[in-house]
Design a protein around this ligand. Structure first.
Ligand code: CTP
Length: 414
């Protein structure tokens, strides 16, 4: 098959491959290889019955990742939540009649069905079973239920089955399965025409060679937005303050330290972006003087550090905007909505994401965030506590709703 055909949408994507207990389980090995060859990362999840047909080791070697088979695996205690969280698509191939029933009923009696309930990305299932089972009213009804919920169910093919019968029940051919994954991913590439400029992390303002002023930002929110925009097809430029997070392939990253450096980097790229998302926690003040040598104590009991304001990067870029959509963040400890609304108006933004940085389970350094999205048109969406990756997708979706009203255009460079 022509693997190159799939490079556009599969490359860099994260796929969860569920394998259930059918004789066709061996074909999932080949599906896995093709997905990997096309540049996707694949996390394999097997039901107990699937492991009777193919060993997890086979999938482990070919995927390069631990295979999840047990909801109670001590090594992956939250796998049922963590793995689907990062997935761009979930594929179950082969899917047995038993799996279809459990999925349709919303049972969560193993790791795979539990994942189905937490996953937010598109789901594709490729059933395989005996012909009489496929046409049984119970299976027909479960397939209908799944389709009505938006699950893509690939009809099995007609051909010789394990029972010797020739009927409809054979797992779809591998190119068909891979093409379905590709096409679902293509339809999710709703950011393909955007150039997104994202800022992330804190800035550090030097006092002397060993000390600086900074804040508690980890960069997780900005990095999650960059990754989500990339996964949805955008060209992404990330301007990152100091952060220990690893960079995603395919994202142009500019590393900076100070607010002034961040302002320079963003100004350089602003004219070519269609959307700016300013998730960085820029220091508002910097020392008026940065000492070349370490400041010594010299018996002092107190010390006054004179500070000056850094440039307000968002306000500066807002004054230069042409057709860019501009999104800011508001890190608040009280009066979230009113403070965020003031910033939205003062900085001339289209959207602002207000978050309470004091909330338990969210805020700086955490993997989660509770946010309210406010728009210049007066809309307000309270999103509650969710992972930063999920919030990133919510923000991108909100931006796109705006773009539908005022279409984003790539800005031409003179
Ligand atoms: N911001 C910026 N330049 C600055 C400070 C902040 O561009 N010098 C941006 C942030 O990246 C964020 C938005 O402005 O998108 C709001 O930042 P925030 O720290 O919440 O508010 P401030 O404007 O700094 O106001 P205050 O500190 O008084 O809350």
């Amino acid at each position: 098959m022509d693997e190159a055909r799939f490079v556009t949408h599969l490359s860099g994507k994260r796929i969860v491959l569920g394998v259930t207990g059918s004789i066709a389980a061996y074909k999932a090995v080949s599906v896995l290889r093709t997905l990997r060859c096309a540049g996707a990362s694949v996390s394999v999840v097997m039901t107990k019955a699937a492991t009777k047909f193919v060993t997890p080791l086979t999938f482990e070697v070919l995927s390069g990742e631990r295979v999840v088979t047990d909801l109670f695996d001590a090594h992956e205690p939250m796998a049922h939540l963590m793995i689907p969280e990062r997935a761009d698509v979930m594929l179950v191939a082969p899917a047995t009649a038993n799996f279809l029933a459990r999925a349709a009923l919303g049972l969560a009696d193993d790791v795979l069905t539990t994942m189905l309930l937490s996953v937010r990305c598109p789901i594709i299932v490729a059933p395989a079973m005996d012909g009489d089972m496929w046409t049984h009213p119970s299976v027909v009804q479960h397939v209908q239920t799944l389709r009505s919920r938006g699950v893509v169910v690939l009809d099995p093919e007609v051909g010789p089955l394990a029972s010797g019968q020739i009927a409809q029940g054979r797992l779809s051919e591998e190119p068909k399965i891979v093409a379905a994954v590709d096409s679902v991913l293509a339809s999710r590439c709703d950011w393909q025409n955007e150039v997104v400029l994202v800022s992330a992390g804190p800035t550090q303002e030097s006092i002397d060679p060993v000390r600086f002023l900074s804040n508690r930002s980890s960069g997780k929110m900005g990095y999650a937005i960059a990754a989500a925009a990339k996964a949805r097809g955008a060209e992404v430029i990330l301007v990152s303050g100091p952060s220990s997070l690893s960079l995603e392939p395919g994202i142009t990253t500019v590393r900076v330290n100070t607010a002034a450096e961040m302002a320079d980097a963003l100004c350089r790229h602003f004219s070519t972006c269609t959307v700016l998302i300013m998730a960085a926690a820029v220091s508002d003040f910097r020392p008026k003087q940065s000492f070349v040598q370490k400041v010594k104590k010299q018996g002092k009991t107190d010390m006054v550090l004179e500070l000056e304001a850094t440039p307000d990067i968002l306000a500066m870029l807002s004054a230069r905007r042409t057709s860019q959509i501009m999104v800011g963040f508001a890190a608040e400890t009280e009066h979230m909505v009113s403070h965020a609304t003031d910033k939205l108006n003062a900085k001339g933004l289209d959207l602002i994401v207000a978050n309470d940085v004091t909330q338990t389970g969210g805020g700086f350094g955490s993997d989660d965030n509770a946010a309210i999205i406010l728009s210049a048109r007066g809309e307000q969406r309270d999103l509650g506590l969710m992972s930063k990756r999920r919030l990133a997708d919510e923000i991108l979706t909100a931006v796109h709703e705006l773009c539908r009203v005022r279409p984003c255009q790539k800005v031409s460079v003179e």
